[in-house]
Write a new protein. Structure first.
Lengths: 284, 155
């Protein structure tokens, strides 16, 4: 600025410099304002699009959750209606009013049969109840419940299932354990239904306030790309439920094939501390 | 003298609407330094000529504040259209005014005695003053929105 004023003599070309300089500065200022206006509109439009996509995703997850709940209710209703109902009806047949007119042996036989049927019914209802809420989980924690589950799977003889908790001295919260157990159940169901695997192995360990649970199997699995694609489609109800639950836990889940290409791995990452209101938002 | 008053008024307004704490801390320091320099220039020149250098520095500072205010506005997501706020129009008015008269005031100190320059000066200065006033009038016409955002500490 000082050097612009060095020459005190009037310069005929000064007008040109003045006008060009003024126009240049004006053009810059207007260009800046126009850029700011259009940039802001683009940012807002992008944010609205992101919000729209998130809302759609939330709606998809909610629909999947509702569908899953309805299917679960139908399954329970079917179990009770098809299994428990006929059993109790049969027991009632044995204990009808004509029993008092029968001889002692017939009466004893009828009572014994009815007792057997009632015992079977009790066991059936206990199984239904345990599948809804395993008491081992509530009383002894996630490690015991998972070990129990894997033992039952191994016991069937069709697949070799094992689990190992390396460091579970600090338990997750009860609500977190329930959600994690449901995720593991869903993953196991999918493996048993679709993968044709011969072994499933689960490991757990802690790392920097995060609990890592890894599930390995040697069957047909899915990669992260497959998981993302299935989640966007209307199919894959179980995976959508997994996604909802992982979101509630504020955790992460990843699907990958091992580097040796021999087995598939699912890694579930759960933070040890999570907001209380998130855990209360989902119903089981 | 007019430079000091003009700068103080405009800077005070921008200081009120700025939300970044770092900038809010820097503005008073810069302002003090600038006013100090203006007073020194005033005393040393003994009111004998147009204060081109202080005006040019003032223009640069206020253009900078305008740009900071505008960029702060676009970061906020509470307003869909940035030009629906009065702050935007006031910032634009001062930006265009000081940008347009920047070269004019630089040459003013040495060429005020030149009749041709004086005609150009009057033309350009009047035009930009008019434009500035029109933009400020637009700002006054816009209904004020109650804004309740806090001062953001800088990271």
């Amino acid at each position: 600025m000082y050097f612009l004023q060095v020459n005190p003599n009037p310069d005929p070309g000064i007008s040109i410099v003045l006008y060009f300089g003024t126009l240049g500065m004006l053009a810059l200022a207007i260009g800046l304002v126009v850029f700011i206006v259009f940039h802001q509109r683009r940012v807002i439009r992008y944010q609205m699009q992101m919000q729209r996509l998130e809302d759609e995703q939330q709606k998809t997850l909610l629909n999947a959750s509702i569908r899953w709940q309805e299917e679960e209710r139908q399954r329970i209703a079917a179990d009770l209606h098809d299994d428990a109902g006929p059993l109790l009806a049969t027991a009632r047949l044995y204990l009808n009013e004509n029993l008092v007119h029968q001889d002692m042996n017939t009466q004893l036989q009828a009572i014994y049969n009815a007792k057997q049927i009632i015992d079977d019914t009790i066991q059936l209802i206990r199984n239904i109840s345990h599948s809804l809420m395993p008491p081992t989980l509530k009383n002894f924690g996630l490690e015991s419940a998972v070990n129990d589950l894997f033992q039952k799977i191994s016991g069937s003889g069709t697949i070799n299932a094992s689990s190992r908790f390396h460091d579970y001295r600090t338990r997750l919260k009860q609500e977190q354990e329930l959600i994690v157990f449901r995720i593991i159940q869903e993953l196991i169901n999918n493996i048993l239904k679709h993968s044709n695997a011969s072994f499933i192995h689960l490991t757990q360990n802690y790392n920097e306030d995060k609990c890592f649970i890894r599930l390995h199997h040697d069957g047909r699995g899915i990669t992260q790309a497959d998981y993302d694609k299935l989640n966007k489609s209307t199919a894959g109800l179980g995976l959508k439920n997994i996604q909802s639950r992982v979101k509630v836990l504020q955790g992460r889940i990843s699907f990958e094939k091992d580097l040796s290409q021999t087995y598939y791995k699912v890694t579930l990452e759960v933070p040890a501390i999570v907001q209380e209101e998130n855990l209360a938002s989902i119903s089981f | 003298m007019f430079t000091i008053v003009e700068y103080s008024a405009v800077t005070y307004y921008f200081y009120q609407i700025l939300r970044n704490t770092t900038v809010r801390q820097i503005v008073p320091v810069i302002s003090l330094l600038f006013v100090g320099y203006c007073i020194y220039d005033l005393i040393s020149s003994k009111f004998s000529h147009f204060d081109s250098i202080p005006v040019a520095i003032e223009a640069i500072l206020i253009i900078g504040f305008c740009i900071i205010v505008l960029f702060e506005k676009i970061k906020r997501t509470d307003t869909l259209f940035i030009y629906s706020t009065s702050d935007f129009w006031i910032a634009v008015s001062f930006l265009i005014y000081f940008a347009g008269t920047f070269f004019l005031y630089i040459y003013a100190q040495n060429y005020m005695n030149n009749e041709k320059f004086l005609n150009n000066y009057n033309l350009i200065n009047s035009s930009f003053v008019t434009l500035r006033n029109i933009l400020i009038a637009i700002a006054f016409l816009i209904k004020p929105k109650v804004e309740n955002y806090p001062i953001i500490p800088s990271k």
